[in-house]
Design a binder for this molecule. Sequence first.
Ligand code: HEM
Ligand code: HEM
Length: 206
Amino acid sequence: MLRNSETGFGLVTIVLHWTIALLIFGLILSGFVMQRVEIDPALQFTLYQWHKSFGFTALGLALLRAIWWLVERNPSPLPSLSPLERKASRVTHDTLIVLAIAVPLAGWAVASTSTLDIPSFYFNVMVIPHLPLAKSEASENFWTFVHALLAYVTLGLAAVHAVAALYHHFMRRDAVLTRMLGSGAPSSGMSARDAQKRDDAVVRRK
Ligand code: HEM
Ligand code: HEM
């Protein structure tokens, strides 16, 4: 099923979620490496171009996801979650959606303000124009700082978010992780009481 339902995520949300997650972790790793490891300048240039191409892809998908998230209903939180957990997961998800857009935008600002004026070749297929920002060393340094800061904040928040999902799966044994893996049904370990509570909540909302 493409669309979200009352109790589960649809294929569109699931594919966007995991593709963006993979891209973000890969881009943080490549950004960290390309800035610190001493490598041949030609290879470094290629790495930067790959980083920018995948970064623009992440930006496009994050925008799509934000639109989808605005127009599509989200499944109700599982009844096994306390009010505080619901609030915390809502704030975390909202922040991650904003960061997934802000990080590549700041990266684009770095490329656009650099006095080296290196074009961004999107997978060697087309050139993505720079943002209309003044080029100066001060501006480039500022955006580099913002880009790095936001990227590492995203890493920290995504790590907490992932640990929370694993905690729910292995310790609380509820369906938080499995429904993001394509199964609306409770995991095999979910207690009958939790499953009943979930079903009751769905019935009450109808
Ligand atoms: C979700 C997308 C992105 C993530 C997670 C990401 C992450 C990172 C990270 C972690 C660094 C290293 C920061 C440091 O340790 O100082 C970095 C550097 C960099 N990123 Fe990104 N990036 C993304 C998208 C982009 C985009 C779209 C562009 C450009 C179009 C870009 C351009 C750059 C550049 C030019 C640097 C090097 C800055 C310098 O040389 O000082 N990034 N990125
Ligand atoms: C290994 C890493 C990750 C795991 C295990 C994971 C797991 C999950 C799970 C289980 C949910 C469903 C929560 C619920 O039922 O309410 C979820 C939702 C969500 N996650 Fe992640 N996640 C990971 C990485 C990320 C990353 C890197 C981002 C974004 C930067 C992200 C952003 C979101 C958002 C925005 C939602 C809300 C639903 C949506 O619109 O996609 N996640 N995640």
